[in-house]
Design a protein around this ligand. Sequence first.
Ligand SMILES: Cc1ncc(COP(=O)(O)O)c(C=O)c1O
Length: 425
Amino acid sequence: MVLDVAALRSHFPSLDHGLAFFDGPGGTQTPRPVGEAIVATMTGPISNRGTISTTERTADRVVTEFRAAYADLLGVPAGGIVHGRSATQLTYDFSRHLARTWQPGDEIVVSRLDHDANVRPWIQAAEQAGVTVRWIELDGASLDLDTYRPGERTRLVAVTAASNVLGTKPPLPEIAERARAAGALVWVDGVHYAAHDLVDVDALGADFFVCSPYKFFGPHCGVLAASPALLETLRPDKLVPSTNAVPERFEFGTLPYEQLAGATAAVDFLAAVASVSARPAPASVSARAVSRPAPAAGGAGGSPAGPGSRRDRLAASFAAIHEHELALRARLEEGLRSLGDAITVHSTAPDRTPTTLITLEGRDAREAQIHLAGLGVLAPAGSFYAYEPFRALKLTDPALRVGLAPYNTPEEIDRFLTGLAGFLR
Ligand SMILES: Cc1ncc(COP(=O)(O)O)c(C=O)c1O
């Protein structure tokens, strides 16, 4: 299936400004239906969740639809979807919940490939619990699995599904299988991965999976997926009158309904990407996102399975996105090669997302960012909270990150390459 990029782009008001966006890994642009769902929920009649008034039922429906949408996106039961302020906040929260089950002398495993959001919370929780931290080291751009030795005291393995700087996708099923054999839980940071691949939490081997909708067209929040049965085993601190039900037990305070509606609309928008050329009207996507009847919770996935299900449509969309992004990545990498030794490409793992980290011989990447921004080409320079990979690989900070999103075009890649060549001259 070929992605109709022009049709896709027509749904994004911010793409009409002549800018070429290469910061998908930092956050994507937002399509109209997502903004409309937020406004409709925020300005429509709504109150706190309940069953008496229509306003209470609206709030309830927004939450139910949110859980159903993320159940479909991530392939878990709707009752295992937890909303959070961000992936970082969810990881911090759960590091504390899980650390309550650890004993001094236990071990956890973290990786040198990870964003700091999936490293520091675990290290700090381990310090407080008297737990030893072990590392999976890097071998070039890939994890060195010879350094990964979970044992009988290992309680948790925290690892990324894809690096936000190198794009590397480690072999999660293998990592998870070895963790399981040792009796450890697997916490997966899917923030970068979920923007590029259809997630199947079970197939990846994750016990917990976090992602952030603002990386795939949604608002700024975080989502955690786990099995409801596993969530039942965890006891966070909570207010006396607040519900002890799962997953609400992990969501503190009143939920931001408008944000949840926007996050749901992002999943519906993604599900419509494959058929976007056949159904160009943004209003139809938007209307579905805000008025579709709430599917029942429970079971894997939030809405009925089968041909034409939202999960099926998501699979078709991600297949089209994948193909498009791989073609763009090939064009980018070929263009970078043609610029010769002036450029070092650090994203070299065999299995990786369309995110390319480069450094420039004798030149400051921040100046390249400034030069490109002057041409309306937005590719950021920095280390992007990838503190451990930067230290382990002795990468120059700042480095330039070229992160592709489904709305990028071959012409934009050429604009980037021409701009970079101009900078290097
Ligand atoms: C791989 C990865 N993990 C975690 C995070 C943190 O996500 P959040 O901003 O939702 O806390 C990011 C943010 O860029 C990321 O790229």
